[in-house]
Design a protein around this ligand. Structure first.
Ligand code: SAM
Length: 258
């Protein structure tokens, strides 16, 4: 049994430690969103008053964190979770004045060009962001010098180079794993466009352990997707970090601020 206290880890994730693990588990949609986001933010420069798009914001934990920790204005955009549901989370967390929920499809975003200082996506970009054309699309919504940041399931080796999806990964997510890439893949994919300058592209050394710790806690404390969570646990226990982690990638939009 994983105790909720085991999810409070001030040495590794000081900011996330201020958030109630039971509240976070109630918003669960995958790995621990705040551990990923807190680590990703180490490579970002977020300032109070900046306008930030949280793309694929899900049930809203990451948007609450961004507003509270950095004093930014957040647009929480998501496809599957209704804006009313997310708005309730923002109101209860006391950030409704700074976080605005919208229903949005990542390829058809209802925003003006150059309207964000940063676009951040936690455990969502793998669903929509791997097409060659996507960086050119999403970066149009950034101001010159604006920051793009993603945390996404990552691989130590490209599946293309392995020649097949490793069996324990395929058993959990099937073909969807072809959207999981190495940090070097992301760096090249973004830099070759010359639209952005990559600031950082790294795999979390212990990302798989964090994911496993979180998934076990979800199973012990009532996740609504027990079968899916059991599959994730089996995948991570088999993997032991051989292939799986999270890729954290950040970049700045080229061009000078007007
Ligand atoms: C695994 S959940 C993660 C949610 C949240 N970021 C978190 O970490 O808790 C992935 C999210 O991506 C969103 N998503 C998937 N495809 C999308 C698309 N085409 N456009 C917008 N959002 C999308 C889903 O609505 C879902 O909420």
């Amino acid at each position: 049994m994983t105790t909720l206290d085991a999810l409070v880890r001030p040495a590794e994730y000081p900011r996330s430690s201020h958030y109630d693990p039971a509240w976070l588990l109630g918003l669960d949609m995958g790995p621990h969103p705040l551990w990923l986001l807190e680590d990703l933010c180490r490579d970002l420069d977020l300032r109070p008053g900046m306008r930030v798009l949280d793309l694929g914001s899900g049930r809203g934990a990451t948007s609450v964190f961004l507003a509270r920790e950095f004093g930014v204005e957040v647009v929480a955009a998501d496809l599957w979770v209704a804006p009313d549901q997310a708005a309730e989370v923002f109101a209860a967390a006391g950030v409704a004045d700074r976080v605005h929920a919208v229903r949005a499809e990542a390829h058809d975003l209802p925003f003006a060009r150059a309207s964000f200082d940063a676009i951040i996506s936690v455990d969502a970009y793998e669903y929509f962001g791997t097409a060659d054309s996507y960086l050119a699309y999403i970066s149009r919504f950034l101001k010159p010098g604006g920051q793009l940041a993603i945390a996404t399931p990552g691989m130590t080796r490209e599946i293309r180079d392995l020649g097949a999806i490793p069996a324990h990964i395929k058993a959990c997510v099937g073909w969807e794993a072809i959207a999981w890439h190495t940090a070097d893949w992301w760096r090249f994919q973004w830099e070759i466009t010359e639209l952005v300058t990559v600031i950082s592209a790294r795999l979390q050394p212990d990302g798989w352990r964090d994911w496993l710790r979180w998934a076990r806690a979800g199973l012990d404390h009532g996740t609504d997707d027990r079968e899916g969570t059991k599959k994730v646990i089996a995948m991570l226990e088999a993997d032991q970090g051989e292939f799986l982690s999270f890729a954290l990638v950040t970049a700045r939009m080229n061009g000078t601020a007007s």
